[in-house]
Design a protein around this ligand. Structure first.
Ligand SMILES: [Zn+2]
Length: 256
């Protein structure tokens, strides 16, 4: 009996040791897609926006607010993050930071650009080549084509969203849906982008969601996302999640 007790104790101690070893804390975000989430230059509903990101599966994100976020744009960032999600509408960054962003994209960091990010970097011509479009905060010109009027917007619209390209990993199996959101119009969409989703809303141009490439970076643009009505829409969350997942794949791991 005495032997049995000590034997049981020995096992309990051993099991405890194993359990302790197994419960060794893992580094935060291990196995997850590492996202740098930029904001700034445009107001938004913070609580429901970050609640959406908290709920995204397999995503570990770090908040980065401009102008401070610009300091992070330097070589090496592509080793710390898989994807930059831009929800900022920053007015401008320094030429060195512009160069660093281009180099990060050439290095393969993924890019997801959301909603009003289409109007960011108004004075930097390269940015519309990066994200494949531009919201004109003031009249401008692209490839010799004049945009005499600034782009337009209107809150509180109900949009029918149609899958235009069901063969892409982001849209595969996705159904058409409706969403209450802000509309944009008279913006520029590059002829090089692959349009995934469209709308027939009379106050929105047709191209709503697209993918493109810049350097070695996969770029996903999603026009929707003004406030909680979008953030809380399950179709919107699905698109954000799929876009991040797709953009996170570097060229060396690409299956297509
Ligand atoms: Zn908005």
């Amino acid at each position: 009996m005495r032997y049995l007790i000590s034997s049981t104790l020995a096992w309990a101690v051993l099991a405890g040791a194993v359990a302790t070893f197994a419960a060794e804390p893992e580094p935060a975000g291990k196995g997850k897609i590492r996202v740098l989430l930029t904001t700034g230059g445009h107001d938004f509903e913070k609580q429901p926006f970050y609640a959406m990101f908290d709920a995204l599966p397999s995503v570990a994100y770090t908040k980065a607010e401009f102008p401070k976020a610009a300091e992070l744009l330097k070589p090496g960032l592509e080793k710390e993050y898989d994807v930059i999600v831009m929800y900022d509408m920053v007015g401008g960054i320094t030429p060195e930071q512009q160069k660093a962003l281009v180099e990060l994209l050439n290095g393969g960091i993924g890019l997801v650009s959301l909603h009003h990010n289409l109007g960011a970097h108004a004075e930097w011509d390269e940015f519309h080549k990066i994200i494949g479009g531009k919201f004109f905060v003031k009249p401008g010109e692209i490839d010799g084509e004049k945009h005499a009027k600034p782009s337009g917007w209107e809150h509180g619209q109900r949009l029918k969203v149609t899958v235009a390209d069901p063969k892409h990993p982001i849209t595969r199996g996705l159904k058409d849906f409706e969403i209450e959101d802000e509309v944009y119009n008279q913006y520029y969409t590059s002829p090089k982008v692959r349009v995934l989703l469209k709308t027939d809303h009379p106050k929105n141009d047709p191209e709503l969601v697209w993918v493109t490439r810049y350097g070695n970076s996969r770029v996903f643009y999603l026009m929707l996302g003004h406030d909680h009505l979008a953030y809380e829409n399950p179709n919107y969350r699905e698109l954000v999640a799929r876009g991040i997942r797709w953009a996170a794949e570097r060229p060396r791991t690409r299956a297509e």
